[in-house]
Design a binder for this molecule. Structure first.
Ligand code: SF4
Length: 307
């Protein structure tokens, strides 16, 4: 039997990158302390914040809501609510919305659902069918737009997303592969670059937690989550980058933490050098949302799907 490094009880996880095993109690405590440390070090949450959690019903966003509620639920000066985007992906999203609703009910958290169909007139399935295009290209842009717009309309001061360590390093690689320096320097637990009142500040409390560990915490602590994978996810750059990074971590344990540490060391210099070269953030004359382009990407995509 593999035993816990700290107490000698039966271990539930062996971390190759650390060379130690942990029991349920010590694993859960460590994960919570790591998330608290990220929140504290990066000043993710402040007095009088109204936090909107972008909740899909999957493990990462459910864990984000669960932990923020656990840490801040009793604070009278902090409000938490959840927002789910229904993109309109048949056989997938409806089930995850049910699970998201259940979690909000259990925690007593207000829950809002907005949909592509109501906001844009088409579901993601209809857009993909019409454009014969990669779903993620449309989904990512339109969902980000809705999360920012709706969380702002509901009065949020912060938008908490469930990005974990794996998501973050995948984004580092994707932006590197695309040569997109402007997006690269905006990564982090809380982007420091954009300060425009139309942008709700996005925060990533799980940014230092590996994906496998968010799954395990949910399992061990009875958080019901939606387990299915989006049917479109295989057709994306992220899917290939994810596989590559998982293979590297398997072969060279510690790779993922090395990537994020390297990025965090390099970022201040990159920001200093590139922050004024990415174009000013302005307001899209069509929709009133912030953008660095003349017409924002959302309006451009919406134009392309008009009947
Ligand atoms: Fe949207 Fe792509 Fe994620 Fe599916 S995998 S939810 S299509 S971004």
């Amino acid at each position: 039997m593999i035993t816990c490094y700290k107490c000698g009880n039966r271990a539930v996880i062996y971390r190759k990158y650390e060379g130690r095993a942990w029991c349920k109690k010590h694993f859960s405590e460590q994960l919570e302390s790591k998330v608290k440390k990220t929140i504290r070090d990066e000043k993710l949450i402040e007095k009088n914040d109204k936090i909107c959690v972008a909740l899909s019903g999957g493990k990462d966003s459910s864990l984000t809501l669960y932990l923020l509620h656990k840490f801040f639920g009793k604070r009278p000066d902090i409000e938490i609510f959840a927002l789910t985007v229904d993109e309109g992906i048949s056989g997938y999203r409806k089930e995850s919305i049910k699970i998201a609703e259940k979690l909000c009910k259990k925690l007593g958290v207000e829950h809002h659902v907005v949909s592509f169909k109501e906001e844009f007139g088409k579901t993601l399935d209809e857009i993909v069918e019409k454009k014969k295009a990669r779903a993620c290209t449309y989904c990512g842009v339109l969902r980000r737009y809705l999360l920012n717009k709706k969380s702002r309309e509901f009065g949020a001061t912060k938008l908490a997303v469930g990005h974990n360590l794996d998501d973050e390093i995948q984004s580092i690689f994707i932006n590197y592969l695309k040569g997109d320096i402007n997006r690269l320097i905006r990564l982090g637990a809380k982007p420091a670059i954009i300060s425009k009142k139309e942008f709700v500040v996005r925060i990533k409390p799980l940014r230092n937690i590996p994906e496998k560990e968010t799954t395990l915490y949910c399992l061990l602590n009875g958080i019901q989550v939606h387990r299915s994978v989006c049917p479109y996810s295989h057709d994306s750059v992220r899917f290939d980058v994810r596989n590559f990074l998982n293979q590297m971590e398997e072969k060279y344990p510690g790779t993922k933490y090395n990537v994020i540490k390297f990025y965090d060391t390099l970022k201040p210099a990159l920001v200093k050098h590139f922050k004024d070269k990415g174009g000013k953030v302005r307001i899209c004359p069509r929709c009133g949302e912030p953008t660095s382009r003349d017409i924002c990407k959302t309006c451009e995509l919406l134009d392309s799907i008009k009947d």
